[in-house]
Write a protein that binds this ligand. Sequence first.
Ligand code: BGC
Length: 525
Amino acid sequence: MAGGGIAPSKGKAYPGNMTCKVFVTCIVAAMGGLIFGYDIGISGGVISMPLFLKKFFPDVWRKEQGMSPSTNQYCTYNSETLTLFTSSLYFAALLASFVASSVTRACGRRVSMVIGGTLFLAGSAVNGFAQNVLMLIIGRLLLGFGIGFANQSVPVYLSEMAPYRYRGALNMVFQLSITIGILGANLLNYFMANLKYGWRISLGCAAVPGIIFIVGSLLLPDTPNSLIERGKREEAKIMLQKIRGIRDVDEEFDDLVIASEESKKVQHPWANIMKEKNRPQLTFAMLIPFFQQFTGINVIMFYAPVLFKTIGFGSTASLMSAVITGLVNCLSTLVSIAIVDRFGRRGLFLEGGSQMLIMQLAIAAAIGAKFGVSGNPGSLPKGYALAVVAMICVYVAGFAWSWGPLGWLVPSEIFPLEVRSAGQSINVSVNMIFTFVVAQIFPVMLCKLKFGLFLFFSFFVVIMTIFIYKFFPETKGVPIEEMAIVWSRHPYWRKFVPAPDNIDDDRKPGSGRIGIEIVKKEQDC
Ligand code: BGC
C-alpha cells in the first residue's frame, strides 16, 4: 500500500520543525501540480489558434472561418479528433495511475516521480515538434502517462514528508500549483497566439516544468515511510532526523514502523475497503471526484477560449478572458487555504455550491437570451460580453474555494490507515475517468444542448449540494487517525461504522487526546 506509512497521530504532538528540506519538498510537489495544471490550460488555448487548427484540424478551421455550410456556432468545435486531442491525456493518466500505485510501493515515491517527469518531458518534445495529428495524440498520451505517475506519487510523498501539523496546508499547495499551472498556460497562449509557431512554443514549453520536476525529484531523498516499507530502517531513521531537524525522533519513528507493519498485515486492501465499516469513506472517495468534475469546471478550464469564441468574442479577447478566469481560479484557491481550517469543509462546500448554481443559471439565461438555439449571436455588445465574463469568474471563484481543493483534500483525510492508499487510488481514478468524460462530451453537448449545457451541470450542482448537506459530517480539526468518530456519530453513517467502544483495534476513535476533546465538547453542548 503506497500510503501505508502515514503515522497514526493518536493525539500525539511529534517534535520537529518545518525544515529547509521539507520546504524544498513543497517546491518539487508544486512542480508536480504545475505540470498537471499546465496541460489543463494549454490545450484549450492552442485549439483556439487559427494556425494550429489550419495545420491539424482543417475541417474545424474551415467552419470557424465561415467557409463551411455549418452556420450554428455552437457546433463549430464538434470534431471527434479535436476532442481526442484534449481528452486522450486524461485516459492515459487514468491507466498510468494504476501502474504507478505498485511502482510507488515497490520502488519508492521518488522513482515514480522521476518516471512521471521523464514521460512528461518526452510528451512535450513530441508535441512541440508535432507534424501531424498522430504525433499530437502520441504526445498527449505520453504527457498523460507522466501525469498519472506524478499525481499518484506526489501527494503521498508530500503527506509523508510533511510534519503532521502542516499536512492540510501542504495538500492544498498541490491544488494551488495546479491553478498556477493553468494560469501560466493561459498567459503563454495569450502571448503566443499571433506568432507563426506560437502553438509549438505553447506545447513545447511544457518541457520547462517537466525538467525542473525531474531534477528536483532526482535530488530529493525518499520518505522515511517508504524506506521502512522497503526494509531500510537505519537509513529511514537518519532521514527522519534530517527532515525534522532534530535528533530525538524515536516516538515518530516507532509509530512509522508500527504503521508500516500494520499496513503490511492487510493483504487485500481492495477487499478490505469494500467492508461495511468503510462504506461512508468509500462513498465519498467515489462521489467527491465524480461531483467535482460534474460541477462543469473543466468546460471552462479546457475550453474557455473556445467557449468565449463561440459566444462571439474575438481570438485575442477569448484568450485574455481565459487569463482572467485563470487568475480568479488561482487567487480564490488562496482564500480557501486561508480559511479552510477555521471555516470548515462543509461551509465551503455549501457556499461554493450555491454560488456556482446561481451563476450557472445566470450564464445559461444570458447566453440563451442572446443566442437562442440558432447559435447566431450577430455582434455581442461589449457590456453584455463583460457581464458574461464576470459571471463566469464568480462561478470559477465558487469552485476554487470549495470543490477544487476539497476534492483532493477530503478523500485524502477520511480513510483509516490500512486502506488509505487504495482509497486514494480510487479518488484519482474516478477523477481522471470523469475528467476524460467531460472533455469528451463537451463539444457534442455544446452543439446539442446549446446554452442548456450550463443547466445540465447546474442539475448536478443541486444534487451534490444537497448530498453534502445531508451526508457530509465536518472533518475540520480532526486528526486523520481519529476520523472514525465522525462517522460513528453521524445520524446516517453510524449504521455502518461501529461506535468507538465497539471498535476492536487500538485506533479507537477518541483514544487520542484530541479525540477525547471532541467527545467532551460534544457532551458539553
Ligand atoms: C480539478 C481539475 C480542474 C482544476 C481547476 C482540480 O481540482 O481536479 O479537474 O481543472 O481543479 O483548478
